[in-house]
Design a protein around this ligand. Structure first.
Ligand code: ACO
Length: 293
């Protein structure tokens, strides 16, 4: 993905690690204008990822990253675009408290590292960049792929995991997360806490986040509200099959029971950078660009 500014000025490494501070180098820490450009890159990446996954709204943006304890690995190709560099893609991970079912159908409370969003620019997919980025994250987090939980993996991600890490057998869950068989065997017993099914309906993290975005879309007045479109419900996603040659639909286990809890760390309080982004892009009607995500 090309941008109208120098990517190498923002990101010094081939793979940069961004967190709540949106800082990729000492230079960007000291210069607010660089932070604004980083925010632009993150917002555009989040939108491209959402489009590729057929999501109604981005689940990654600069303002979201600021208020989540997530880590985002951003990969660039520093030589392309006449030496200004292009962004190849990103991978976002974070810890989530989840209630998962083990192979015996017992509810287990865990807080694994989760793969939350993963995107490689369309023209660069299937060139090995995803693998390079994923392996970098594994090394940095010192974790095996089987010990991760995957938030509504797309058909492309499932194929990626099967091909590169031989992850094929998942244990059916009642929420959107996918855990593979050895997730439960390889995890230390002390890390698995058997729990009683919680009372009442508690929504899984990823549903909460996506539903919040939809709710915002419904309640915002024109011109901020997106046009009403028939968003897919979870149950309709279950029945849809991926279509060849088009953007993947995220494949997820069908939700047939009440769903269970994630944490609520996704709330977005007030922030100076958000204000800055709002002002800077006040002419755009895009919701994420307006800082509502
Ligand atoms: N169709 C099927 N499988 C695919 C496709 C595709 N269009 N693209 C990649 N894969 C899988 C295949 O196993 C492929 O191997 P193959 O070419 O021999 O069939 C393998 O990935 C290629 O590996 P890489 O080149 O290292 O992967 P890539 O750079 O393409 O990155 C990624 C993989 C991130 C899934 C990328 O395809 C992408 O951005 N897809 C669109 C967005 C998406 O679906 N992201 C995952 C969302 S789910 C989540 O984030 C929890």
């Amino acid at each position: 993905m090309e941008f109208p500014f120098d990517i190498n000025q923002l990101f010094s490494e081939r793979i940069s690690i961004l967190d709540q501070n949106l800082v990729a180098s000492r230079q960007s820490k000291e210069k607010p204008d660089l932070r604004v450009k980083i925010a632009t890159v993150l917002d555009e990446l989040g939108e491209a990822s959402a489009k590729a996954q057929d999501l109604p709204a981005p689940i990654t943006s600069a303002s979201k990253l600021q208020f989540q304890k997530h880590q985002l690995y951003l990969m660039k190709d520093g030589e392309s675009s006449r030496g200004r560099g292009v962004v190849v893609g990103f991978l976002k991970v974070g810890y989530k408290k989840l209630f998962l079912l083990d192979r015996n159908g017992v509810h287990i409370e865990v807080e694994p590292l989760c793969v939350l969003d993963f995107y490689i620019a369309e023209n660069l997919q299937r060139h090995g960049y995803g693998l390079e980025l994923f392996n970098f994250m594994l090394q940095h987090q010192n974790v095996e792929p089987v010990l991760l939980a995957y938030d509504r993996p797309s058909t492309k991600l499932l194929a990626f995991l099967a091909k590169h890490y031989n992850l094929r057998q998942s244990v059916p869950q009642v929420n959107n997360f996918v855990a593979f068989e050895d997730f439960f065997y390889k995890r230390a017993v002390s890390q698995l806490r058997r729990v009683k099914k919680p009372d009442g309906e508690i929504k899984p993290y990823s549903l909460m986040e996506r539903e919040a975005v939809r709710q915002e879309q419904r309640t915002l007045p024109w011109p901020f509200a997106a046009p009403q479109s028939p968003h897919r419900s979870v149950s309709s996603q279950c029945s849809q099959s991926p279509s060849a040659g088009s953007s993947p639909r995220r494949v997820l286990p069908c939700v047939t029971h009440p769903t269970f809890a994630g944490d609520s760390r996704e709330q977005s309080p007030h922030s100076p950078l958000m204000d800055c982004c709002r002002t800077r892009r006040s002419n755009s009607l895009s919701r994420s660009q307006l800082g509502f995500n």
